[in-house]
Write a protein that binds this ligand. Structure first.
Ligand code: ATP
Ligand code: MG
Length: 419
């Protein structure tokens, strides 16, 4: 039996890198004042239809949706923002919290064609900053991404920035009309699925994967040149804030994002180490989402970061080595020593020390080999002789020096060594 296509198992040693990354992501988030939110993996399908948008790639073709045994239409979450919005509205969170800062880490599911950096079960780290309409929040969120990338020593990741405007008449709607007019002039050259989008969602064509469509779209007017005055000054604010923090960026009018709920700021962090799947993190502002969900009017900005892609870049750099090592090995010299050794091992573990011990009656030579293998810095050797003298032999694995320590002082001694 095999795992499903596009779904991965994580075993040692790779899992240690994942755990390290996850705990670093939590630590950086906490430093920025973000708290964790956890929502169920399974949601009502309507959460995503409404939250992500009916005519997005995700909802049209990528969702794992099914009817449960009670006949309810449910979906395994393809992204994290719509569930968080659903949860906060349901808990009336916004009544007492005008500003909130959340992060999430967990598996997402999309029925896509698996390839490098693209899977059917993948993991996202995401940030949601809710309640602040000003550009300062956008900068805060991108500063957090910058800190995350620096935490892992990634310097070759580029920030691409755009503004996708707003819904006021002089902004996106006016541009949309202009774009539809221009697209109609090349309609016959477009593949069918692209033609169908002209009226429904013409901007999405900038995100189309077909090369022909991409080259045609290069000649089309871009939204960034047509956003309203308010959006322009918001965008200028974002840029000045990023410059102030020394975060490099480039303006890329083609960043439109694949989800319906974005307005104003849209951004992606791209890495050249990833090949075709170059976006490690994508995000932006979604001021209307909470309202669309039946909640109060709460502006918001956030991002989703793909952890498989982050891991690929970290591995490509080869700088971050995460090891799983023991601090202490307990070694028994004879049968009598085994029982006391297992007790000592347990006592030390209860004191918070990472201890390894053989459980299969190996001879002392093999036990020392094992101590080397698991990386212990010291070994504690016990036999009937040591037990009768109420002491243990402490051996430094590097210098091979050894000394006798009274059994009741062993925890102190180990703590003193700071292994
Ligand atoms: P793409 O254009 O690569 O399909 P997307 O716009 O669909 O990305 P988002 O929905 O914004 O991606 O998700 C944010 C991040 O999650 C992406 O930048 C990427 O790193 C990661 N991601 C998205 N889909 C997958 C997937 N199928 N496998 C692995 N990572 C993914
Ligand atoms: Mg996608």
């Amino acid at each position: 039996m095999n795992s499903l296509r596009g779904m991965n198992d994580f075993l040692p040693p790779e899992i240690h890198l994942w755990q390290h990354i996850e705990s670093s992501l939590r630590a950086v988030s906490h430093r920025f004042g973000f708290e964790e939110v956890r929502t169920p993996i399974l949601e009502s399908t309507s959460v995503f239809k409404r939250g992500v948008g009916e005519d997005t790639d995700i909802v049209e073709k990528e969702m794992y949706s099914f009817e449960d045994k009670g006949g309810e239409h449910v979906t395994m979450r393809p992204e994290g923002t719509a569930p968080v919005a659903r949860a906060l509205i349901e808990q009336s969170w916004f009544r007492a919290h005008p500003v909130s800062k959340f992060y999430y880490i967990g598996p997402m599911f999309r029925y896509e064609r698996p390839q490098k950096g693209r899977f059917r079960q993948f993991h996202q780290f995401g940030i949601e900053l809710l309640g602040i309409a000003e550009w300062t929040a956008d900068v805060e969120v991108m500063a957090l991404t910058d800190a995350v990338l620096k935490e892992f020593g990634l310097s070759k990741v580029e920030l691409h920035l755009n503004s996708v405007g707003c819904d006021s008449e002089s902004c996106r709607p006016r541009y949309r009309k202009l774009l539809i007019e221009k697209l109609k002039t090349v309609e016959s050259e477009l593949p069918e699925d692209a033609r169908n989008r002209i009226q429904k969602n013409p901007q999405r064509l900038f995100d189309h994967k077909d090369e022909k469509v991409q080259s045609l779209m290069k000649g089309m007017p871009v939204l960034l040149d047509h956003i309203c005055q308010d959006c322009k000054s918001h965008f200028n604010g974002v840029q000045s804030g990023l410059k102030n923090l020394g975060i490099d960026f480039m303006i890329n009018p083609n960043i439109v994002r694949g989800l319906d709920y974005y307005n104003r700021t849209a951004f992606e962090f791209l890495s050249s180490d990833l090949g075709a799947q170059s976006t490690v993190c994508g995000g932006g502002r979604y001021d209307k989402l909470i309202e669309q969900f039946g909640g109060p009017s709460v502006p918001a900005v956030g991002f989703g970061m793909g952890l498989e892609r982050l891991v690929l870049i970290i591995q490509a750099l080869g700088k971050l080595k995460v090891e799983f090592k023991s601090d202490v090995s307990v070694i028994y010299a004879d049968d009598e020593g085994f029982m006391r050794a297992q007790l000592l091992c347990h006592e030390l573990r209860l004191q918070g020390i990472h201890v390894d011990m053989d459980l299969q009656g190996k001879n002392i030579k093999n036990q020392f080999k094992r101590a080397d293998k698991v990386g212990s810095k010291v070994s504690l050797v016990l036999g009937s002789q040591e037990i009768s003298q109420k002491q243990v032999v402490l051996k430094d694995m590097k210098t091979q020096q050894q000394k006798n320590i009274p059994l009741d002082q062993i925890v102190n001694e180990i703590n003193k060594l700071k292994v």
